[in-house]
Design a protein around this ligand. Structure first.
Ligand SMILES: [Zn+2]
Length: 90
């Protein structure tokens, strides 16, 4: 179980689950080599309130989980202010 913020630069202790945001990722790994085996695992990650406003967690192709600043990508339509895709030429 998670006990601190997933942001390595924050690491705020987790006291209240209602604060921030919990992510669950499938971190199943297939280990190749002598005797290939798959370790199936769901892992929980938590971002504290402050970090979840600025960052989000995402899983990349090799199933590792990374923290990403929210400003660099459009996450969802909720509460995202409109931004012009291209700067207006003057
Ligand atoms: Zn945090």
């Amino acid at each position: 179980m998670v006990n601190h913020c997933a942001n390595p630069e924050c690491c705020k202790p987790l006291h209240y689950l209602r604060e921030g945001r919990v992510y669950v990722f499938d971190v199943t790994r297939t280990v190749t080599g002598t005797g290939e085996r798959t370790t199936r695992r769901m892992e929980h990650f938590w971002l504290c309130g402050a970090c979840s406003e600025s960052y989000l967690l995402e899983q990349v192709e090799d199933r590792t989980v990374r923290i990403t600043p929210r400003t660099k990508r459009v996450v969802s339509a909720t509460m995202m202010p409109y931004k012009a895709a291209h700067p207006i030429a003057s």
